[in-house]
Design a protein around this ligand. Structure first.
Ligand code: SF4
Length: 362
């Protein structure tokens, strides 16, 4: 057996073990296990031990369970859904880096995550390894050579899954580049795997240039006492925090849930930043709300929530044309009202359909 066969065998064994644990915990129905294993071939299952303990005893429709436990719905795909919904590949001059806007780049040092969100828009690319030394060198060289780059956004995968020493090495190299003015790090770790926020990690994140942490969190129940503690440690060590939330059907798509979530952020000193319209990733239609529903929700929370707790509702235009506000005049209904006309930041208009029916492949 060669090394690749061994790795595949190990992955398959791990997948079956996690699924058995989920079946035993009554989080996956025994008769669905095989179809869920199929879904996990595209997007691995990742649930840290402590999170699994939190999920046990909850119903299958619970907002935390639905985000991380695979479902048979993931095998239902529409021809209009995309493998690269926000067009990262069109803007990737070197491996592990996306340069979509002139003044900022996305650097993805690792493609694995502590949790795998079942709606992930990078579901076809996450779950692998970290960048090799040579790949990282090439990505950092690119940033060095392009002096219009002012902000580097560390994403992935989840950068906080890396060892503190590795993160510190990357941050140190980035902050030595004169034209890099600020670094941003996108993560789910403080809420869902808070034990990783150790004193070694805090030390690794302690750099001279401004570092912002953006917490991806979709429901107030994600923030338990351990999460609050991890967030407090990060903020007390001088790191400002922002939030990003994906609007998800049946999880947070009511004004009550959104209000509670945004207030929870502010109560934990996190400034609400993005509320994302769900991307057209394959096999995620069971999570996607319509744009119309999202707009109505946001209108409702505009009227009831303090300004400090308001996020920006955004749509990433499929194909890599960037984000636009989903609220204002940039997005208008098409003439027959079945789709939308979306204008990008260059003034180019795109056709956008949000009400996509999946093909039942089962
Ligand atoms: S943490 Fe981010 S990259 Fe990882 S699975 Fe979730 S959404 Fe995808």
């Amino acid at each position: 057996m060669n090394i690749i066969q061994k790795l595949i065998g190990r992955k398959r064994k791990k997948r079956s073990q996690i699924l058995s644990a989920l079946v035993d915990a009554n989080l996956v129905c025994r008769s669905d296990a095989e179809a869920c294993e199929d879904a996990a071939r595209t997007l691995p299952i990742g649930i840290p031990k402590k999170l699994l303990e939190r999920l046990k005893g909850r119903s299958r429709s619970d907002p935390l369970v639905r985000q991380f436990v695979p479902s048979t719905n993931e095998n239902k795909k529409s021809g209009k859904e995309l493998t690269d919904p926000i067009g990262d590949d069109h803007h990737s001059p070197v491996f592990g880096l996306v340069h979509r806007y002139p003044d900022r780049v996305l650097l993805m040092p690792v493609s694995s995550c502590p949790v795998y969100c079942r709606f992930c828009f990078r579901r076809n690319s996450v779950g692998g390894a970290r960048l090799t030394r040579t790949q990282l060198d090439k990505a950092i060289d690119y940033i060095e050579q392009n002096n219009e780059i002012w902000e580097v956004i560390l994403s992935g995968g989840d950068p906080l899954i890396l060892a503190p020493q590795r993160i510190n090495d990357i941050l140190n190299r980035l902050e030595k580049i004169n034209h890099v003015g600020t670094i941003r790090l996108h993560t789910r770790v403080p809420a869902l795997d808070p034990d990783r926020i150790t004193s070694a990690m805090l030390k690794a994140l302690d750099i001279q240039k401004p570092l912002w942490i953006v917490l991806h969190c979709n429901h107030a129940s994600e923030i338990d006492q351990s999460a609050e503690e991890a967030i407090r440690k990060l903020i007390d060590s001088g790191i400002p925090m922002l939030s990003q939330t994906v609007l998800l059907k049946g999880i947070n798509d009511t004004s009550t849930d959104l209000t509670k979530l945004m207030r929870t952020f502010v109560e934990n000193r996190i400034k609400p930043y993005y509320l994302h319209q769900g991307d057209l990733a394959q096999g995620t239609s069971h999570f996607r709300t319509t744009l119309r529903h999202g707009r109505n929700l946001v209108r409702t929370i505009r009227g009831r929530l303090s300004g400090v707790a308001q996020p920006i509702y955004v749509l990433d235009i499929p194909g890599g044309f960037g984000k636009v506000s989903a609220e204002d005049a940039w997005i208008t209904p098409s003439v027959d009202g079945t789709a939308w006309k979306v204008q990008d930041h260059k003034g180019v208009t795109h056709h956008y359909e949000d009400n996509i029916e999946p093909l039942d492949t089962q």
